[in-house]
Design a protein around this ligand. Structure first.
Ligand SMILES: NC(=O)C1=CN([C@@H]2O[C@H](COP(=O)(O)OP(=O)(O)OC[C@H]3O[C@@H](n4cnc5c(N)ncnc54)[C@H](O)[C@@H]3O)[C@@H](O)[C@H]2O)[C@@H](O)CC1
Ligand SMILES: [K+]
Length: 516
């Protein structure tokens, strides 16, 4: 599903009006009706509906909702917060109607008004939060902050209109404080603030409602952001043919492991195999050979000379590059360690070997020292950083990455023309074209050592099987999260480990096979 930022919604409103002759007041009417429909699901015969409205169009939606509920004989009370002189044009039109109806309206101007609101809300009540939507411009202070606290402290069921008030629609940030809703009714499209953390925690259940914006209009907008859908992934997954052999499903070379980090190579390799690659070569420091062949007997191993520290040693570059020549895709980084040899290996792979390269973990830490080698890349490059690695790649503080993951990933993808998979509770896949995919499956159990190695294995395997690196990155994060969600039901969030994700991959592909 497409995801909007504030300016997209402004553009949608403008086009709806100018091209399709659908005025803002019609959209507001539909928004208020959609909101009322959701409210009705949560009222009982004891309930009051308390609608708290601000001075913008979000408040206008609340006034429409109040009118429709009142017409259907629900017990409605409106609290208005702000300076009435600043009421938006369309909210004001609706306020004029409300004045003629028998709906009680109170102004909240000070702490007294806030206390009155707080006292009124009882256990069975529904509070409809229409203070701010996408129009929030600054931190929430003063009486607004107190009103939001009162709503959060209440025992009522809280429904937010469009956005929980206090959430920045485009950045997904909390503007000092925000309503903690039980349900959020997003209008027309979900916004970044409904999807990305920390804001997403404030939504409660997220429902997206159509408000009569034509599908044609949405289709003609160039909206770069979207969530990864199951349907999309299903049609990407390569079908296995009856009359086929291992060569059909691609050759992957994975450069991984070092003394003390053998597991990364094993996890990454097993994950690639479980994701369907035909032939797998594991290129590893030689002392790991026995343990790796025992753990991943299905892979061909290429042991290379190593330093005394157990990382790839000097003069191995040429041999390694030769070894990769026959591969359809190369992955480098899991558990590799960092040394001068790694710099050289990476530079050769990116600038002299014409194959897609997936770079993870220590591959990224190595790349961070010489990002400009990407200027001379011969083929597509996929980077799979976590926020710490992204911070090293961009030289931006970690807080900036955490606060603006979409922006940092997409700017880097655009600048260096690479595919960036910025990992997190909402993994962002940013493509050089400017398209951005957000993954919404997965769970906190997956925040565990080795989880990233498994993801790299899946992406590598999918490229080997013929997916474009862009599609492999998108499908990879989805399959990884899907696996985590299947396995967490057996292992729990504490018990889930990276090896379980590899087992989960088999169930994911089995489910996808059965759905075809
Ligand atoms: N296409 C759509 O999705 C439509 C959306 N509509 C609604 O319109 C909303 C957007 O309306 P607006 O642009 O009027 O914006 P909002 O209603 O979200 O908020 C703007 C108001 O809040 C004030 N404000 C902003 N930040 C503040 C702060 N920190 N402290 C105090 N006051 C603050 C502004 O001065 C202004 O009065 C959407 O969220 C949605 O609810 C519908 O009415 C119509 C169509
Ligand atoms: K709201």
């Amino acid at each position: 599903m497409k995801i909007a930022v504030e300016k997209d919604i402004r553009e949608i409103d403008l086009r709806a009006n100018e091209k399709y002759r659908i005025s803002q007041i019609v959209l507001m009417e539909n928004s208020g009706i959609a909101l009322a429909e959701e409210v009705k699901k949560h009222v009982n015969r004891h309930s009051k509906v308390i609608i708290v409205v601000g001075m913008g169009n979000n408040g206008g939606d609340g006034l429409v909702c109040a009118r429709h509920l009142h017409n259907e004989s629900y017990s409605v009370k409106i609290f208005m917060i702000g300076n009435l002189k600043k009421l938006s044009e369309h909210a004001n039109q609706n306020f004029e109607i409300i004045k003629h109806l028998n709906i009680p309206v109170e102004m909240i101007n000070d702490i007294g008004g806030v206390k009155k609101l707080g006292k009124l809300i009882a256990y069975d009540d529904v509070v409809v939060d229409c203070i701010f939507g996408i129009g929030i411009t600054k931190d929430v202070e003063g009486v607004y902050e107190l009103a939001i606290d009162a709503i959060n402290d209440s025992e009522g069921y809280i429904i937010s209109c469009d956005m929980p008030s206090g959430i920045h629609a485009s950045e997904g940030l909390v503007m000092k404080t925000a309503v903690r809703a039980d349900k959020t009714v997003a209008l027309c499209l979900p916004k970044v603030g409904n999807i990305m953390y920390p804001a997403a925690e404030y939504n409660g259940e997220l429902v997206v409602k159509k408000i009569s914006v034509p599908n044609e209009l949405i289709a003609e907008m160039s909206l770069p952001l979207e969530t990864i859908s199951h349907e999309f992934i299903k049609q990407l997954i390569p079908k296995r043919q009856r009359n086929s052999h291992k060569g059909v499903y691609g050759k992957a070379s994975i450069i991984a492991g070092s003394f003390g980090m053998t597991g990364a190579a094993i996890l990454c390799g097993k994950s690639a195999l479980r994701s369907g690659v035909g032939l797998l070569k594991l290129i590893i420091p030689e002392s790991l050979h026995t343990i790796i062949t025992t753990s991943v007997p299905e892979a061909v191993t290429v042991p290379l000379a190593e330093t005394r520290k157990g990382v790839f040693g000097i003069n191995q570059v040429e041999k390694l590059v030769q070894t990769c020549d026959a591969a359809d895709v190369i992955a480098i980084g899991p558990g590799c360690g960092q040394n001068a040899e790694m710099n050289e290996i990476l530079r050769h792979l990116i600038t002299l070997v014409d194959k897609p390269v997936i770079i993870d973990a220590d591959g990224l830490n190595t790349l961070a020292k010489h990002v400009d080698v990407l200027e001379n890349k011969l083929n597509k490059v996929v980077l799979t950083p976590h926020p710490g690695e992204m911070s090293r790649l961009t030289n931006l503080p970690l807080e900036v990455i955490n606060q603006h993951p979409i922006r940092t990933a997409s700017e880097f993808a655009h600048k260096w023309q690479v595919i960036v998979v910025l990992k997190g509770a909402r993994t962002v896949v940013a493509l050089p074209s400017g398209q951005i995919y957000i993954n919404v499956n997965g769970n906190p159990g997956m925040a565990t050592a080795g989880s990233g190695d498994v993801l790299t294995g899946i992406i590598t395997s999918l490229v080997a099987q013929g997916l474009t690196p862009e599609n492999a990155a998108i499908a990879g994060v989805y399959i990884h999260g899907y696996s985590g969600d299947l396995m967490v039901s057996q292992k729990g969030e504490y018990g889930l480990i990276a090896g379980d994700l590899i087992e989960g991959i088999t169930h994911v592909f089995r489910n996808l096979e059965l759905e075809v």
